[in-house]
Design a protein around this ligand. Sequence first.
Ligand code: CAA
Length: 415
Amino acid sequence: MHQSNIVFSEQALELKAIAREIADKHVRPLSAQHDKDQEYNYVAAEAVSKAGLFGTFIPKEYGGLGAGVLALSLVAEELAKADSGFGVAFAVNALGSFPIILGGTEEQKTRWLPQIAAGKKKVAFCLSEKFAGSDAQGLSVRAFEDGDDWVICGEKKWTTNGGVADLYSVFAVTEPDSKSRRISAFVVEKGTPGFEIKKVEDKMGIRCVPVVETHFDHVRVPKANLIGGRPGMGFRHAMSTLDYARPGVAAQAMGASQGALDLATVYANRRKQFGVTIANHQMVQQMLADMAMKTEAARQLVYAAAAGIDDTGPSPYNSKMAAMAKCFATDVAMEVATDAVQVFGGYGFMEDYPIAKFFRDAKILQIYEGTNQVQRLVIARHLIRESSDLQHLAEFIPTEVQESYSDEAVGSRNL
Ligand code: CAA
């Protein structure tokens, strides 16, 4: 039986406390202005860097703290409680780094990870394209081998942290006719000729972190930048990276839920209607109770998913748990933010107060790092595969269904 053992190390709790301090001092006070101006919070990023938090998810042997995915989740939660946009501005560095951590050669890890851990280099993840979002195998950006180099051509869409980042994990087609070895992953450094940040998106939420188009016009990178040193491994690197990164998005969502709930509770305790604070009204109490239950359920699932990865590394079970945590926690964040606006009533609809921003920021959580439809697909595929362990239950289903069953059915289309 799979069971994640959630143990918070002293180090993880310390990192959480530091993140909370940074959130209170450098994130929350500047959040509204950065949101309005669509400006990156360099002050908070510098504080994160000085405190060593960019090293949270980097192994010790490469200059990081080696604190793992659970600690990464605790830090993302605290930052997102203050500002979900800054939560992703932090966590996206993990998304961009995991291809190197999980799939990179020793030389690549030694070359890039210490700089990421020290906060000297920020990272972005270039997978999605205009015509390839959920269908991550349907990429069209191409990379061609040329002498000692690879040459990358095409456009990527929705690159979070683009422009701020110094390193980009870029996924490109290297073997167009291959089914399972079509894609390879590369590290492209900022400033490489032909690599340009083009359209900077004007977004509904998470406005303090840039989301851009990245264009590659015959971008030449040395073969040493091919992640893992072997072509054709890119899709696997992308998928295992997402398994590791999704608990971080889920934590961001759960932190945002807690942040919205905290504000709604404070408001409900002070706002008077019909002669008493609205916290005295049972319909408001019910909303607050539901928000708290869902947030707490999300928290336990996120911690379990993260702890599972720290305990046992890549596995189908951890992949399923990561998808469950991402899907559940981000759906909860949208629901909680919606209810928090409702508790605030007319004030909640106004941009004068942060609660409207919680609502705007929540939507993207259900979309990026795999839409929640994709998460459900991943979960269902795992469940269906795992059902082969439930043969002992077959005698309890109708005989005719049992008799018409064949092994091929399990491996059928869309699974
Ligand atoms: N780990 C390792 N390998 C995996 C894997 C995993 N979790 N999942 C699949 N694979 C392997 C499979 O074993 C298979 O290998 P073989 O070909 O050798 O058999 C191969 O990858 C193909 O797998 P599938 O047939 O399952 O692939 P698929 O085309 O059906 O796609 C999908 C599956 C789950 C829908 C996938 O495309 C997906 O996750 N899509 C969503 C992409 C996504 O999350 N994008 C977000 C981008 S990041 C972002 O939003 C950004 C940001 O900047 C913040």
